[in-house]
Every structure is written in structure tokens, then in C-alpha cells.
Design a protein around this ligand. Sequence first.
Ligand code: DC
Length: 231
Amino acid sequence: MDKKETERTISVAIDGPSGSGKSTLSRAAAKELSLLYVDTGAIYRTTALHTLRRGVSPGESAAVAALLPEIDIALSYDAGGMQRMCLNGEDVTELIRTQEVSMAASAVSAYPAVRAFLLEMQRELARRHSVIMDGRDIGTVVLPGADVKIFLTAGSEVRARRRWLELQERGTPRDWEQLLRETRERDEKDANRAESPLRPAEDSVVLDTSELNFSQSLKRIVEIIRERTGL
Ligand code: DC
């Protein structure tokens, strides 16, 4: 899927809060349209994991920034098209999915130094490949010129419920009240930070999935992308 400099790549930005169904829907849409799926949350999570491992509090911006030069992040894809994350040569794909890493990622992603450090890596991926990239600021900051921008959302309770079910299925159940509280806390943090706050790009299509099931959401997303790109 590597593109030559002269070949035009297509970029689709999908932003939204956690639990909006972004990653599952983006991955499925990418598969259907033969685009590369890039989960940028995983990149922030990998950075957060390194911070935790080094015993640095995610709340200390200067100490987190000082760790950046020692972080080498690489993305690869397995045979099933699943994105794998490598941190300094170690596959950490599963290790970044804990609640502790989620909270730490939310904290470190608020720092300008962290965002600047990861920005070029994300843009380079979109220059080299036709992508569906999901995150929080893809349409507004990372790929402001994206061919298609979709802002996926759903009510906080619906999103917390999806996460609760997912954890239940994975055999790592969580207390409902606490999960709902953390979902709201994380929303608040992601939407109100000074640096790249979560908000829809002006030219994005806002899609609320509260009342839609997975296949209805996917159908709509694929339609939106096809309409705008001719794919
Ligand atoms: O999508 P996620 O839950 O894996 O993201 C983890 C954290 O990273 C989330 O709190 C917000 C942050 N993030 C971000 O600030 N910008 C992105 N493009 C992607 C994620």
C-alpha cells in the first residue's frame, strides 16, 4: 500500500470521544474500502506506558517531556490487518489496553511536547498511505486537509455501557458506576484541555451512534466516505 511521492493518497479522519465506536468502525470501514487503518490513540497509550514504566507520574509535564527522546514507537500490521504497537522494540499491543494506561494516556496527551513529538509520525503515515486515521484531533490538527472528516459521537452513558460490556466479555469486568465516572472524567479532560481539545472540525460530518447498531453505523460511514472520495 506504499505510495510513490506523485501518487495521490486518500485520507479519512475519524475523531470522537472514547466509546463512540471509532476504532472498531474505522477498522471495519478501512477493510471494506482497502485503506490502511491507523489508531492514533494507541500511539498516545504507548507513550503513556513508557511513562508509567519509568515510574514518572503522568501528571508531571516536565518529567514526561524529558522521557520523550528515549521513546521509539513503531507500527506494524499483522496478517489480519490488526495494528501492532512496538515500544523500543517490544510488542506492547495488549499491554496498552489497561484502564491505568487509559487514564495515563489521557493525562500525557494534554501536553504540547507530547503532541508535537507524535504529530510528524502521524502525518508521515498519511503521506505514505491511503488511510483512515482515528483519534481526537485528526481532522482539526493532524490532517486538516483530509478528504473526509467524520466526528463520531454517542451519549456518555451509551459509551460507558459499551466499554463495560467489552470489559465483561474480555473477562476483566469493572464496576459500572466507577466506569461511568471515569468516562465522564476523561471526556471532560479531552474536551477542555488547552492543547488540541476534542471538538468536531468545521467541515466534518457529525454522526451520533447512540441509536445505531454496529452495521448501521458502518454502512453510514462507508457511504459518507464513498460520496466524498468516489471510492
Ligand atoms: O482512543 P483512545 O482511548 O485509545 O485514546 C487514548 C487517549 O489518547 C485519550 O484519552 C485521548 C488521547 N488521544 C489524543 O489526545 N489524540 C489522539 N489523536 C488520540 C488519542
